[in-house]
Ligand binder design. Sequence first.
Ligand code: ATP
Ligand code: LTN
Length: 335
Amino acid sequence: MSETIRRPVLYSAVQPSGTLTLGNYIGALRNFKLLEKDYDCLFCMADLHALTVRQEPAALRRRTAEVAALYIACGLDPEKSIIYAQSHVPQHAELAWILNCFTYMGELSRMTQFKDKSARHADNINAGLFTYPVLMAADILLYQANVVPVGADQKQHLEICRDIANRFNGIYGNVLTVPEPYIAKSAAARIMSLNDPTSKMSKSGEPDSFISMVDDADTIRRKIRRAVTDSDGEIRVDPENKPGVTNLITICAAMRGCTADEVCALLAGKGYGALKDYAAESIIEVLSPIQEEYKRLVADKAYLNDVLKNGAERASGLAMRTLRKVYKKVGLYQL
Ligand code: ATP
Ligand code: LTN
């Protein structure tokens, strides 16, 4: 049966380039269950994007399934939302080619992620890294997505996607939906690295800089205990002067569903040891049930394969409709 779209479409993707972190959970995954209520959602594992940086093949394969399991363990319903791997839907690469022909070298070379990643992987500045935003635009535009939840780091990519869509529509009429950024109502918290709280927690950082969503309780306690703080001893929010302590407070508030002020009031007069214990136990409490469900899911390969197969079929049906229109508009011969 072909997929019917009834509500606005929300598109989100994550690269299976590492294990998802507490930052990914707080900034993205924990909100998805709520979004599923108001939108027709697609959640993609952007495995083609992950190839822009060298990957170990077995690990990439494993992590693609793991991310799907995490999505479901966080409460997403694969019957409602479409959960799929980018490489299973060939239309992504096909539309990306067309859009490449509507994207300028100049605009791609201004992308900060390209500049950052070329600096970090100076030995492998490949063309895929350069055209990364075009493939990302194809991801979004294939599904006529109305909204895309994006963190600050991806804003520029969504902007270029909008520019490409507007440019295409300007020439061929209204073919592509121009997506809007989705800003979470609970002003998305930015979680910082544990050993360098001035940079963001990232799954491609050092192992001790992040909490993985699948770290066990002891690992979480150990990593939080080692988190960088400061020497003044007072528990208060001050991102400028006390980024480490502020980060731990933010984490506690996100995990407990309360405000940073409430966390400070609760721990007033106690030392950083108490703050760290509270942070660690709060994280463990939230992540444990997710991890249990996750373990059950990754052990059930047949089920995960069914989810991915079904997701790819549904996604492909939708993608085909857009691609056919685009091919026709640009003048490719129709059989
Ligand atoms: P990489 O290290 O591969 O660049 P990442 O861990 O920074 O990846 P992304 O895959 O770029 O994460 O992001 C996935 C989603 O998680 C995005 O919506 C992003 O905004 C959110 N996110 C990532 N890191 C954080 C963070 N530290 N705090 C809040 N949200 C985050
Ligand atoms: N570039 C994104 C992942 C990504 C994406 C997308 C996000 C690939 N395609 C489409 C939103 C929409 C990242 O690294 N977070």
